[in-house]
Design a protein around this ligand. Structure first.
Ligand SMILES: Cc1cc2nc3c(=O)[nH]c(=O)nc-3n(C[C@H](O)[C@H](O)[C@H](O)COP(=O)(O)OP(=O)(O)OC[C@H]3O[C@@H](n4cnc5c(N)ncnc54)[C@H](O)[C@@H]3O)c2cc1C
Length: 284
């Protein structure tokens, strides 16, 4: 077994190529899965610890929007002044576990773990973010919508590492929210969540992007919602949007809630989120 702490992305990629290690960042998912035997491991496994890799810790404003490094933690996200134009992401980061978890849980880990109940991934879907991925073959950029392929499954290859998340400038400063329905706050995970971005008023909608979480194998987005609305948002349309999400999502029944309950809550929370953001628009 080897525990590797690279000093640069270049070194990390070399280790990925030569040792085929398991990537570990905050370890808040991985080590729970190891102790509960959800992930196979052997004494001879190698580990690539990227938690303190400075290249993955940056939060930067760019010409295209904001780039958030994969090792940036939930606590760093909700406390970052650079990320203030993205309050839905900051609200999602603020509800990830409790303080201890927020200080370790990385945004890259939230994506790569691909839990249907993941919180930070929901606003990323609503923003139509892109994911920058590196491997010994080079760097590729993937639309967020394509990375998660099933519950806890991604299309990341064994030798690939998420470098950062690219959030487009069109999402910055747009009135937005993130709502999470859970039973016990910081000690619980999401039953249903919604990230909503809406720019404009009910008679003049300029942008509408909504993602729901914990009710489908990945955050679910109604594509081209802005175009479908054709400039306005009536009460009927609001009902139809909420119904579309409730009808098309595929929630599971588990110890926390039944699929029927989750579906019903999707309808309630989509309407609640859109209404909340419209009231933010009115106060601008
Ligand atoms: C008590 C508790 C409460 C929690 N509550 C919540 C919650 O409310 N909401 C929520 O969303 N999550 C919650 N989680 C889950 C977890 O904290 C998050 O998913 C977190 O973002 C994972 O990040 P990490 O850095 O700890 O990932 P790790 O555990 O280090 O890694 C998780 C997976 O991602 C892979 N990985 C990590 N970084 C990369 C990378 N850069 N490139 C490629 N692969 C990578 C690892 O190999 C592993 O498979 C909770 C966990 C615990 C233990």
């Amino acid at each position: 077994m080897g525990w590797y702490r690279p000093q640069s992305v270049e070194e990390a990629i070399k280790i990925l190529e030569e040792k085929s290690p398991k990537i570990v960042c905050g370890g808040t998912d991985l080590f729970v899965q190891l102790t509960t035997r959800q992930t196979e491991f052997s004494q001879s496994d190698h580990w690539l610890d990227i938690q303190n890799l400075s290249e993955l810790k940056k939060i930067e404003r760019t010409d295209e929007g904001i780039e958030v490094g994969a090792a940036v933690t939930a606590a760093e996200i909700w406390q970052s002044p650079v990320l203030q134009p993205l309050p839905a992401l900051q609200k999602a980061a603020r509800v990830v576990g409790g303080w201890q978890i927020q200080n370790r849980a990385s945004i890259g880990g939230n994506i790569a773990n691909a839990s249907p109940a993941g919180d930070m991934i929901v606003p990323l879907a609503a923003y139509q973010a892109r994911i920058k991925i590196a491997s010994p073959n080079g760097v590729r950029i993937l639309p967020f919508d394509e990375i998660i392929t099933g519950p806890k499954k991604t299309q990341l290859a064994q030798n690939e590492m998420i470098l950062s998340v690219l959030i487009p400038k069109e999402s910055l400063g747009v009135p937005q929210t993130f709502l999470r329905h859970d039973q016990r706050g910081g000690t619980d995970i999401s039953l249903v969540s919604v990230a909503a971005l809406v720019k404009g008023t009910t008679s003049k909608i300029e942008l509408a992007q909504i993602a729901i979480g914990a009710a489908h194998y990945k955050p679910m987005v109604l594509k081209d919602l802005t175009d479908r609305l054709d400039g306005t948002l009536t009460t009927d349309q609001l009902d139809r949007i909420a119904e579309w999400y409730a009808e098309n999502c595929q929630p599971i029944s588990d110890i926390r809630a039944s699929a029927e309950y989750r579906r019903a809550m999707v309808k309630v929370f989509v309407k609640k989120a859109i209404t909340e953001v419209l009231s933010l628009n009115e106060s601008l």
